[in-house]
Design a protein around this ligand. Structure first.
Ligand SMILES: CC(C)(COP(=O)(O)OP(=O)(O)OC[C@H]1O[C@@H](n2cnc3c(N)ncnc32)[C@H](O)[C@@H]1O)[C@@H](O)C(=O)NCCC(=O)NCCS
Ligand SMILES: Nc1ncnc2c1ncn2[C@@H]1O[C@H](COP(=O)(O)OP(=O)(O)OP(=O)(O)O)[C@@H](O)[C@H]1O
Length: 314
């Protein structure tokens, strides 16, 4: 069944008691101990990492209320995206992410051959995304960030989050010989404003995630925030520092200043778990919709943050 081959295998097992071919019984099969939990680690490593990455993408999309972004409430500042489209895109990326992890395992070392292979697989992933979304760019930055991180974990299964991010950065420093010369929004923005974008963020070892998103996630959890509030705070911590080329493309430096300042204000008011923080968050959402600004790069990095939170402690 071709369509089911696109589904994350471990996730399917967990949620529906079905295997990838749609057959029942992984959890209830005869001969298994009655209380045996779903063992994601029994999956091949590459499948498990692809499951974690797709899960991070779906968790990011579902998280609400995110300022300007697609979430459970609606399409934010985006006219060509819906939550269902984000889900379809995330699921369609499973084979690409699995293939990237498998390639890293097979190649075994960080270097030009791995970078070249990941570039090829990344472009295939972009094609799968565009096919699933009818041409909408739902996850370009996420393929880039999660692809590098999945490969990094496949190279060293013992590595913690910051080691994984640093190694992903070293992969990103190699040139992709087949890189397209097409002008992207990110490139145009970098030329116009002289800022870095997705490429530089990765090459530096994801400082917005390691230095801001992940520490904030932990701080908010420790302070007693619920998991969705802790994740919203992590998103805000990333937004507060990122030169997000999505924001710059749609709303220029004025939009970027509004995103960064607004995110900082929510956090300084106590974060999304507090009444004062939520009031500021609502104000920020309205302001971003007015400016047509959407922190898509920060959303991709939140997915990277959620992936590292789980993969870093496997
Ligand atoms: C490096 C990439 C992201 C291209 O970046 P570029 O800035 O030129 O393109 P574009 O504007 O189309 O996309 C940028 C994406 O990154 C996200 N983003 C924007 N700003 C940032 C930022 N500061 N940090 C991180 N992500 C960001 C956005 O959400 C957007 O989706 C990448 O898509 C690429 O080179 N792909 C080719 C295939 C490849 O090598 N794949 C490797 C897989 S590991
Ligand atoms: N929940 C989300 N909502 C909206 N965007 C998201 C979300 N999660 C991640 N993103 C990222 O934001 C990017 C979308 O931003 P944007 O619409 O500005 O993209 P674009 O293709 O560069 O521009 P345009 O849509 O104007 O052509 C996606 O590539 C995706 O990586």
């Amino acid at each position: 069944m071709k369509a089911l081959d696109l589904q994350p295998r471990g996730l399917l097992r967990e949620h529906s008691n079905s295997d990838a071919s749609g057959n029942c019984a992984i959890l209830v099969g005869a001969g298994l101990p009655a209380k045996r939990p779903a063992q994601a680690t029994e999956l091949p490593l590459a499948d498990h990492l692809a499951d974690l990455a797709v899960e991070a993408l779906i968790d990011e999309a579902d998280l609400s209320p995110k300022p300007g972004l697609v979430d459970r409430r609606g399409n934010g500042a985006h006219h060509d995206m819906t939550l269902a489209l984000m889900h379809a895109s995330a699921l369609a990326l499973w084979p690409c992410l699995r293939n990237m992890a498998e390639a890293a395992q097979a190649i075994g070392t960080l270097g030009q051959p791995l970078r070249t292979t990941l570039g090829q697989l990344g472009r295939e992933g972009e094609a799968a995304m565009l096919a699933a979304t009818g041409g909408v760019n739902t996850h370009r930055g996420a393929i880039w960030a999660l692809g590098l991180l999945v490969a990094s974990k496949a190279l060293d299964t013992q590595a913690d989050a910051s080691t994984l991010a640093a190694r992903a950065g070293r992969i990103a420093l190699f040139d992709d010989p087949a890189m397209t010369t097409q002008d992207s929004h990110g490139r145009q923005v970098r030329r116009r404003y002289g800022t870095g974008g997705a490429r530089e963020q990765a090459q530096q070892g994801f400082p917005a995630v390691i230095g801001h998103g992940l520490p904030q996630l932990q701080r908010s959890r420790t302070a007693g925030a619920s998991e969705p509030h802790a994740r919203l705070d992590a998103l805000l911590a990333i937004m507060a520092v990122l030169n997000d080329t999505c924001v710059l493309w749609r709303s220029g430096p004025t939009g970027l200043a509004a995103v960064q300042h607004g995110a900082r204000t929510v956090l300084s008011e106590g974060g999304s778990a507090t009444l004062a923080g939520r009031r500021q968050l609502r104000r920020l959402d309205q302001h971003l919709l007015h400016l047509n600004a959407s922190p898509g790069g920060a959303a991709d990095l939140l997915a990277a943050c959620l992936f590292l939170d789980k993969a870093g402690s496997l």
